[in-house]
Design a protein around this ligand. Structure first.
Ligand SMILES: NC(=O)c1ccc[n+]([C@@H]2O[C@H](COP(=O)([O-])OP(=O)(O)OC[C@H]3O[C@@H](n4cnc5c(N)ncnc54)[C@H](OP(=O)(O)O)[C@@H]3O)[C@@H](O)[C@H]2O)c1
Length: 272
């Protein structure tokens, strides 16, 4: 019989949290590798954040995934933030090492890894659509890989601010060429997300068969943008891949085991 005190705990915290797929994907991976871990979700209000995070440290929790709205506000309550999370300005992963809370960011890995599977990124040109949290991860990760990055956004002032912060180019949306002059196009806007599944951030005329189109939206799995891109002959990547790779990296940080990517992918596909 298992002694339940042997079981290591991990959590995902956010508000709201009901929608989170993290418990299913992590628990499926623990089960297949027969790891004595359990992953739970916990709704945390901003006013409770410091107390909850401090308690995780006392309870020696193995890992904490952080989702909206706490990715930035959790930073002051951590003992250390690694260089990647500092560059992005957001923490989505906390590990507890020698009693210290260490903040990291695996969203970058989620953007870069699926692209690296299909292309040598160094010297490529990427256009990022959007200027929110996901765009920050995409810009930071791709720049790190030697990609020449440009950013565009509905609210141009936000794109300009981001471009200045990360020293990348900023393009006005109405100045985009047909087709867009880039090797990689990343949709980091909310356009196309459920329930507005027929919306696309780009019309067909902006795409060509040479483009790699990565839509970070993962609900639905096949967005309108990806449908148009497929029709044009582009190479397409679903936001599901980002979700799986960022979770896989967290799994490896929490358990120190190699992530069973296929099991994690199958679990999310079944849920969605
Ligand atoms: N696959 C994954 O694991 C993963 C991880 C994180 C995020 N995401 C997805 O990435 C997307 C962005 O998330 P986020 O956290 O970056 O959100 P965010 O910080 O709220 O940023 C939203 C972005 O979408 C733009 N936008 C919203 N509605 C728009 C519209 N109708 N037309 C044009 N632009 C519009 C905003 O432009 P303005 O600045 O003009 O408002 C902004 O640039 C979401 O769909 C999210 O689900 C996926």
């Amino acid at each position: 019989m298992d002694d339940s005190s042997d079981i290591k705990s991990c959590y995902v915290i956010g508000n709201p949290i009901e929608h989170s797929l993290s418990p299913q994907i992590h628990n499926a991976a623990y089960e297949v590798l027969k790891l004595k871990f359990s992953f739970k979700k916990k709704q945390v209000l901003t006013s409770e954040l410091e107390a909850v995070v401090t308690k995780f440290k006392q309870d020696q929790v193995s890992g904490v995934s952080v989702t909206l709205p706490h990715k930035e506000s959790v930073i002051p309550f951590l003992d250390e933030v690694d260089s990647i999370a500092l560059a992005v300005g957001a923490v989505n992963t906390i590990t507890i090492q020698k009693g210290r809370l260490i903040g990291s960011n695996t969203d970058i890995y989620g953007v870069v890894e699926p692209l690296k599977k299909i292309a040598d990124l160094r010297g490529k040109r990427a256009l990022i659509l959007g200027a929110g949290g996901a765009a920050r991860s995409a810009i930071c990760g791709l720049k790190e890989e030697g990609v020449r990055v440009s950013v565009t956004n509905r609210t141009q002032a936000k794109a300009e601010k981001l471009a200045e912060e990360f020293s990348v180019d900023c393009l006005a949306m109405d100045s985009l060429k047909e087709p867009i002059e880039a090797d990689i196009i990343v949709n980091a806007t909310k356009v196309g997300m459920y329930p507005k599944v027929d919306d696309s951030p780009l019309e067909e005329k902006f795409l060509s068969a040479e483009h790699i189109v990565f839509d970070l939206v993962y609900n639905p799995r096949k967005t309108q943008l990806l449908r148009i891109a497929e029709k044009k002959g582009c190479t397409v990547i679903s936001g599901l891949e980002m979700f799986i790779y960022q979770a896989a990296k967290q799994f490896e940080m929490y358990t120190e085991n190699k992530a069973p990517l296929d099991v994690m992918r199958r679990t999310v596909e079944e849920i969605l």
